[in-house]
Structures are given as C-alpha cells and as structure tokens.
Design a protein around this ligand. Structure first.
Ligand code: SF4
Ligand code: SF4
Length: 435
C-alpha cells in the first residue's frame, strides 16, 4: 500500500511503525474472508482492509476521528483472525492499537459512551473495585429493566456470588517435596479472573508446585493493562504496564525467573507485546523486551518444559468427549493451538474441534458489553457449532471466553489447566461435579 506520511509525521515513533505496516498490505482482501464482523455485517468498512484504510487516512492526514470512523473501529473485536489469514504478514494488532489511541485523543464520545468506557477501564482492572461493583449490581438486579441495554448486559454478566478460595493468598508458593525447585516462575493471576474463577489460578499453582516448580505472585501486580489498552486509554494502560515491568524485572534480576506464566490468553498476548509498546522508551525498552520474552501461556510452558506425571487410568474409567475452544488471543494473538490440544489428549480423553473454530465467541475483553448485538450473534453461532460436536464439556484458555460461552449453554466449560491438574493428581474440577 502506498503511503504519504511527511518527514515531520514520521518523527513520531507510532507513525513510523504504522507506516511500515501499511506498506506491507497489498489490498488483496483475503483477511475479509475470516473477519467475524465482515461476515456478519458485510460492509467493507467492517472488515480489516476497510479499517486499515480508515486508520491510514486519519493518521496520514492528521484527521480527527469522526462518528463514522469510530463506529467501524469500535466494532473490531481485536480477535486478530485477519492476522492469521493475511499472506503479507500485516500486523493489524499494532495498527488497530494505534488507531484507537488516535481516536481517544481526537474524538469526543457521547456522554454515556464515555462514562461506560471510563467505568470499565477503572473498575474491571482493580479486583477490589470489581468486587464492590458486583455486590452493588446484585442490589439493583431486580430493577434491571430500568437501565439502558448496555448496562442491562453488564448486570446480567456480573457474578451473583464469588466462589470460595481454597488456597491462602501468598507471594511465594513453594514447590512440593523439593529442597530446591526445578524452576521458578511468576504467575499473573489477573484482575477479574482471581475474583470470579479463583480455581483457575489454584489449579495452575497446585499443578506447578506438584511438579517441583516454585510460583511467585507479586502482590502489587493485579492487571496486565489490556482492558485500558484496548479501550485506547494509553495513560491508564501505560501506568499498569510500567508497574508490572519494573516489579517482574527486579524479581528476575534479584532472584531469577524462568518464566512469567499467563493463564488468560488475552493477558498473555498483551504481555508478549510489552517489548513493542516500549520500543522507544530508553529507560524501559530493555526491561519490557525481557518481560515479553519471559512470558508464556501455561499450556505452552507445560508442553515445552514440564514432564507431567499423569495418573494411570484404570480400564473402566470414563473417556470424555471434550470440545476445545481456541480463544482468539490464543490461536491468532499468540499462535498457540496444538499445545493445549496435545496436553488434553495426554489425559486419555477425546478432543474434538469446533466447526468454524477460528471465529470469535464475541467475548473479546469488554466487547460483549460495548457491542452487545454483534457479541450476541457471535455467541449464538458459537453455541450452535459447539452443539454440533456434542461434547460432554468444553475446554479453553481464557476467562473471557469461559464467561461468555457459559452464558449461552449449560454444557460445562472450564480452563484447560483445571483438566491437566485433575489428571495429574489434583481434585476433580467443580464444573464437572455432575458428570
Ligand atoms: S481483529 Fe477480528 S474483527 Fe477486527 S478486523 Fe481483524 S478479523 Fe475483523
Ligand atoms: S490480507 Fe493482508 S495484505 Fe491482504 S488486504 Fe488484508 S491486511 Fe492487506
């Protein structure tokens, strides 16, 4: 794609990076074929190629965003399916992030929209705030019909109770039965996840400890920053990124870290991008790059580094049919697909693919709250496809997908790590109690 940035514009490091990406695009439109919003809406501007044109036009012409541009950019799920399809290696993720930053700087959103986005950025990323809001939501729940549709959706998605934690909150979880751990890793326990599904972190820690790995969870790290980042809120996101980079890097230098483990693929995708985000920051670029290099999804880490001790099955034991839902951030954002499937297969159960598995379930961070209609359609299609393969339960690696899919079906859904923990000596996951 031809670009026309001036020399002055290219002094800006974001413009300079985006220009290189625009130049890779050859307008072929292959990406439209796998874009969920293009498939549903059929408008060129609701596909990746159209959005790339909109972003390029704003940046090259120093044009402030307008209502039309914002509508099409906001409808993008950031699912990155287009990046998997693109034959030219266009990094759409960096373009849409740049586009969203530009919108945030140049466009005044309607009052309610602005309020909702600020609310989501501030509330969801802090576990205490989230807990308070969830309790308040229960009080207003009987009056849900008085609220605008976006708030109604939020009320519906808020948990009515919080599962009890079975593990104490500590900064260091020692490896079991080992004087010296075989490895030492940091775990990102996430902002929302640790409140609504603490069993995911507990299964992760138990599993790692049982295999001789020490796990540290620094108290001052809560959120990876992606919620604010995807809402275009650069200042809030950067504050979180900086905090995390400095804490993990200090731990890495002082006590040594073999990996930073993420068990939420949306967060993992952002951690792996810290190096790019701080590429021009003289103080942080080396540290941010190191944090990105150390980051691994839990399934990636287990498959590549850990000899798992699976419990021998007896002959009469049930073999389950498990549908593996590959979260977009996992398969398109981090290009991890075979690792979780291989791990589940090692449990002796059957793993089945979900038809159209490359298409998003509609969760996409806060998307299901902000773009309710599209998210609902995507969920309906996802459930229809899951039902076609008749699984006994569903496995995935992202809390957002778990919450979204559980909202559309009674088929149990759980995190892949809970299955692996169970088959290597952990307790049977609660979600499967009735099976
Ligand atoms: S990220 Fe997903 S929704 Fe956005 S343009 Fe790419 S494929 Fe379409
Ligand atoms: S597939 Fe890649 S090169 Fe082709 S239009 Fe889409 S982004 Fe551009």
């Amino acid at each position: 794609m031809e670009t026309n940035f001036s020399k002055e514009q290219l002094k800006n490091h974001d413009n300079k990076s985006s220009e290189k990406i625009f130049r890779k695009c050859v307008h072929c439109g292959f990406c439209n074929a796998t874009c969920p919003t293009y498939q549903l809406i059929g408008d060129e501007l609701d596909g990746p190629r159209g959005r790339i044109y909109l972003i390029k036009d704003m940046l090259e012409n120093n044009k402030p965003a307008n209502e039309k541009i914002v509508k099409h950019i906001d409808r993008c799920l950031s699912c990155y399916s287009c990046m998997t399809t693109c034959p030219s290696g266009v990094n759409y993720m960096h373009l849409i992030d740049h586009g969203r930053k530009h919108i945030e700087k140049t466009y005044k959103r309607p009052f309610m929209d602005n309020l909702m986005r600020n609310f989501l950025s501030k509330i969801l990323s802090k576990s205490l705030n989230f807990r308070i809001i969830a309790i308040l939501t229960q009080i207003i729940k009987p009056f849900w019909f008085f609220f605008p549709s976006k708030i109604q959706k939020m009320i519906k998605l808020m948990p009515s109770s919080f599962p009890k934690k079975t593990m104490p909150i500590m900064e260091t979880y020692k490896a079991s039965n080992k004087k010296k751990p075989v490895a030492r890793v940091a775990l990102l326990t996430g902002c929302v996840q640790k409140i609504i599904s603490p069993q995911i972190n507990e299964a992760t820690i138990r599993l790692l400890n049982r295999h001789g790995i020490e796990v540290i969870v620094p108290k001052k790290i809560e959120c990876c920053g992606s919620l604010s980042h995807h809402l275009g809120k650069e200042n809030d996101a950067n504050k979180t990124f900086r905090n995390n980079i400095l804490i993990w890097y200090e731990e890495y230098i002082k006590n040594g870290l073999d990996a930073i483990i993420s068990n939420t693929s949306g967060c993992g995708t952002t951690l792996k991008d810290y190096g790019f985000i701080f590429r021009s920051d003289q103080d942080l670029k080396k540290k941010a790059k190191k944090i990105s290099e150390l980051t691994q999804d839990i399934t990636e880490y287990l498959e590549d580094n850990v000899k798992l001790n699976f419990i021998e099955k007896n002959k009469n034991e049930k073999i389950y049919k498990i549908a593996y839902h590959s979260a977009c951030s996992m398969q398109h954002g981090q290009k991890i697909h075979k690792e979780p499937i291989n791990l589940i297969k090692k449990t002796g159960n059957q793993v089945v693919d979900i038809p159209d598995g490359h298409i998003c379930c509609g969760s996409a961070g806060t998307y299901n709250l902000l773009q309710k209609d599209i998210a609902d359609k995507l969920l309906k299609n996802k459930i229809m496809n899951i039902k076609k393969v008749e699984p006994q339960f569903i496995s995935t690696g992202n809390i957002g997908c778990i919450t979204q899919i559980a909202n559309g079906t009674k088929i149990p859904i759980l995190h892949t790590v809970e299955i692996i923990d169970w088959y290597t000596g952990g307790p049977k996951p609660k979600a499967l109690e009735k099976l």
